[in-house]
Design a protein around this ligand. Structure first.
Ligand code: ZN
Length: 370
């Protein structure tokens, strides 16, 4: 197996992003007893710990971290929004919009995540590494132009894609989002822009409920450059791989992406407390392999994987390790102790209703530049 130079982004400060007391994903208060918010540091910290315990961290190339500059954030976010969350952050914190609680100093931590994803993208672009994994926090794909949403303050992937385009002259960037939730923020950022192809595989009408349908295909010059794959609840590895092979990979090839970014939410895993999809570590490994091989074919291997959601403290580490093993070509001695159990679950294979939906999306889907 070929070993690749895989960059790795990590900083302890990401873990200090404070989502405050909650019940699941709703703020505590009223009838909700204060408990830990689902978006807490444990899943990401346990992934980092597993990388350390498996002895792989030292084989990855540490990438620089820094706060995003204001002008980088303004390529997506409005000045009014940035001023508003900065003022809250300089005070006691607050909510960046919808379901995005944060404590004092949260602006700087979110800017650190966004800026570090830019740095990872540039490291891949300049071939200082072959590919990279950014284990950043908070996540980013729900953040919209003028408001935070779904635990996300800044659109990390959107800001990085915009930086590649503006500062490094890339003409065709593709984003593949396999988080269980719709990548609404990234879609919004490039909805009228044919230079960024956005593809989201997600659980049908989960969050946000109002977006993510097959009919959202982009607008004006960007029409046809947004692809939504709203998979029914209960979709397992068979359904996801079918969607990758029939929709995602052909679209990447037709588009001739020069750079591929994966918004890798691990909440599409079978043990996730929020999601109702059924991926396991080998499913994530295989999806990573497929994207990596297409990136090698059309983009000189330029691939950046950015960590988004994922809320199973037990399982996120094994899914994340599988992605990183596939990126780097390093196979550690860790075997997923849950894999046999999850693989035997009913519905893991492609189901007829999933096949029919994917056929409809193929008929509807990306036809390339006109
Ligand atoms: Zn998610």
């Amino acid at each position: 197996m070929t070993v690749r130079r895989t960059g790795f982004t990590w900083d302890e400060r990401f873990m200090w992003w404070d989502t405050r007391h909650a019940g699941g994903f709703l703020p505590s208060g009223g009838w909700i007893e204060p408990d830990e918010h689902v978006e807490n540091p444990r899943t990401k910290r346990r992934l980092k710990n597993l990388l350390d315990a498996a002895g792989v961290t030292g084989d990855l190339v540490p990438l620089p971290v820094r706060e995003a500059r204001r002008e980088e954030l303004e390529r997506f976010h409005t000045p009014e929004y940035l001023d508003r969350v900065k003022a809250l952050s300089d005070g006691d914190g607050g909510d960046a919009g919808e379901l995005t609680p944060f404590a004092a100093g949260g602006y700087e931590i979110a800017a650190l995540a966004a800026g570090s994803v830019v740095e990872a993208a540039v490291a891949v672009h300049e071939r200082r590494v072959d590919n990279a994994y950014a284990l950043t926090r908070p996540p980013g794909h729900h953040a919209e132009r003028d408001r935070g949403r779904g635990f996300c303050m800044f659109g990390n992937v959107a800001v990085a894609a915009a930086a590649l385009r503006a500062e490094h002259g890339l003409a065709r960037i593709a984003v593949v989002d396999w988080d269980v939730h719709h990548g609404n923020g990234t879609q919004q950022a490039f909805y009228d822009d044919p230079s960024v192809l956005t593809i989201s595989l997600h659980q049908d009408r989960y969050y946000p409920h109002e977006s993510g349908s097959v009919d959202e295909r982009g607008e004006s010059e960007g029409e046809g450059y947004n692809i939504n794959i709203p998979l029914p609840p209960g979709t397992g590895v068979g359904g996801y791989l079918r969607a990758m092979e029939q929709v995602v990979l052909p679209a990447l090839r037709t588009f001739q992406a020069e750079f591929v970014i994966v918004a890798s939410g691990l909440d599409s895993g079978a043990l996730d407390p929020l999601g109702r999809q059924m991926l396991h570590s080998d499913g994530f490994r295989e999806m990573t392999r497929l994207v990596r091989e297409v990136a090698e074919e059309i983009a000189g291997g330029r691939l950046l994987v950015v960590h988004e959601g994922g809320y199973s403290t037990a399982y996120v580490p094994f899914s994340g390790l599988a992605v990183i093993e596939e990126l780097s070509g390093i196979r550690t001695s860790v075997s997923d102790p849950y894999l046999d159990f999850l693989s035997a679950m009913g519905g893991m294979d492609l189901q007829d209703h999933q096949r029919a939906l994917i056929e409809k999306i193929v008929a509807h889907g990306f036809r390339g530049p006109v």
